[in-house]
Design a protein around this ligand. Structure first.
Ligand code: SIN
Length: 536
């Protein structure tokens, strides 16, 4: 058994920021399932939204967030995040993050994105996430109180009730996690005072996604299995503009391109967004993704196009070097031709339900970043509010842990049973895993996508059932592999998304149900909460 004070699972902006903050009073172990920089943070292009200009107002950012969230945000959380945002962004600068400066010596060059009423997105051109990850990782690697374990993949959370074999009257305590060491193939027992889930989202549940391969909903799946409450998983955000090209997987074309004047056009070269929303190309993401989906269905085309040619090559190469370079590499010169784009699964607005400190419904278990459902995003996250939420909540969670640290450090550290393999054997045919992965992703794309119907939800729930059962059997029959662990998480995530979508009989934000096309505040102005201990 390995002992640590604080076990962080995931190495994106949330996990790294939190690690740095708690390292002043505790020993930290950060496990990450691949290399440290294999994170969604690293791919984030647009930037981090905050009120950083004297021409902007906190109340405007609050209102934009609330409007985007379509009546489901928690106003107190929105206000807190917006008010604390600028301080956290400046803290990133102190930690070495280099944001693009404004032209007339202004502190930041602020970008525009959909749903925002002002320029408020601090960025590092179109590589903001990479720059934040670089700076934070350098700090973490230099910190002697933090141990990073790469190629370590969490399997399940450890619970006090399992260690003591006693019932907990509904409120269990998380005491660490079982972690697969991918190098040795052993499942290690990690005992910790506090465990923090920062595993990002679950885009890999869908066939087409902007997410990296690690985004398999591990944190939410583990938390749910451990009895934590999860919420609002029906609100899957589809980014309107993923590069459409057979040779490149999940490459995002940042919303900042529309912020700089990019226009969505159909195959006839006609702009179309105003037909669907009066805010046009800079409407909130739910509206733009739906507009594109409708336009593609109407015309039968495989994609639409994003036209930014009028900005000229010099501007595009300077402002969007990654997008310019990647599109060029795959045969599209964005200064000469429009970019073929399609919507793709991008962000999980729901997650592990937390309070205003990032604390889940299971004692000593926290969730941060995309893994959490804090109440900030409601039914549709506002562009560039995700990195913001991650840094604000990493700070708040660190404050909470610090305040309770003496009490937590004093708690008895019982020994826990090590992982038992029983009669499990090596999986001989990986196709047993890969086929189900593929089926889940296709089913979710076709049945639980941008536009949903009651019929499709009923059918997909039925089709998912045998895969759930088969995966459970594999989990007990075979020795663990990373693919099997991810399959188990992905099928559970798919099931939770379907269940949540079936419970919400209205259309709101990212959840559009053909049978109930209107928003219904009387019955559904509330979070969809799932809890294994109640559902069983
Ligand atoms: C983008 O650059 O369009 C993505 C940023 C975000 O998801 O907020």
């Amino acid at each position: 058994m390995f002992l640590t004070d604080i076990l962080i699972i995931g190495s994106g902006v949330a996990g790294l920021s939190f690690a740095l903050k708690v390292s002043s009073f505790a020993r930290v172990t950060l496990v990450t399932k691949k290399q440290s920089a294999d994170t969604a943070t690293n791919l984030a292009q647009g930037g981090i939204a905050a009120v950083l200009s004297k021409h902007d107002r906190l109340e405007d950012h609050i209102q934009d967030t609330l409007i985007s969230g379509d009546g489901l945000c928690n106003r107190e959380i929105v206000q807190t995040v917006v008010e604390e945002g600028a301080g956290r962004v400046r803290e990133l600068v102190d930690l070495g993050v280099s944001f693009q400066q404004g032209q007339a010596g202004e502190e930041f060059d602020l970008g525009m994105e959909g749903g925002h009423s002002a320029r408020r997105v601090a960025h590092a051109k179109d590589m903001t996430g990479r720059e934040i990850e670089r700076a934070l990782l350098a700090q973490v690697q230099a910190n002697e109180q933090i141990e990073i374990l790469e190629n370590h993949m969490a399997v399940d959370l450890l619970l006090e009730s399992k260690a003591t074999k006693k019932s907990t009257n509904g409120k269990d305590r998380c005491i660490g996690a079982y972690v697969l060491n991918r190098t040795t193939g052993e499942v290690e027992t990690w005992r910790a005072g506090v465990t923090v889930l920062c595993t990002g989202g679950s885009g890999k549940v869908y066939l087409y996604t902007t997410n990296p391969d690690i985004a398999t909903g591990d944190g939410v799946a583990m938390a749910y299995r451990a009895g934590a409450r999860v919420a609002d998983l029906e609100f899957v955000q589809f980014h309107p503009t993923c590069f459409f090209n057979a040779k490149v997987k999940n490459f995002l074309v940042s919303e900042a391109v529309r912020g700089e004047g990019g226009v969505l056009i159909n195959k006839k070269g006609q702009p179309f967004m105003r037909q669907y929303d009066q805010r046009g190309d800079l409407a909130t993401r739910d509206a733009v993704a739906r507009g594109i989906d409708t336009e593609m269905k109407k015309s039968g085309a495989d994609c639409v196009y994003l036209d930014i040619m009028h900005k000229g090559r010099a501007f595009l190469e300077h402002r969007f070097p990654t997008i310019y370079g990647t599109c060029k590499k795959y045969g599209v010169d964005i200064s000469q031709e429009p970019i073929p784009v399609v919507p793709a699964a991008h962000y999980m607005c729901g997650g592990v339900l937390t309070d205003k400190w990032g604390v889940s419904s299971v004692n000593n278990l926290l969730a941060l970043g995309e893994t959490a459902c804090t109440g900030l995003h409601g039914a549709n996250r506002l562009a560039s509010n995700s990195l913001l939420e991650a840094v604000v909540f990493a700070h708040r969670a660190a404050q909470w842990v610090k305040k309770h640290w003496l009490e937590i450090a004093d708690q008895e550290r019982r020994s826990v049973q090590d992982w038992r393999t029983g009669r499990a054997r090596s999986i001989e045919e990986n196709v047993l895993i890969s086929h189900n992965w593929d089926q889940i992703r296709r089913l979710m794309w076709n049945y639980v996508g941008i536009v949903r119907s009651k019929k499709r939800l009923q059918l997909v729930e039925r089709r998912m059932r045998p895969i759930l059962i088969e995966t459970k059997e594999h989990f007990y029959n075979y020795l663990l592999t990373p693919d099997l662990i991810e399959l188990r998480n992905i099928v559970l995530m798919a099931d939770l998304i379907i269940k949540s979508a079936s419970l919400r009989r209205e259309s709101r934000g990212l959840h559009y149900l053909l049978d109930y096309p209107e928003r219904d505040d009387v019955f559904f102005g509330k979070d969809t909460i799932l809890d294994r201990t109640m559902n069983e």
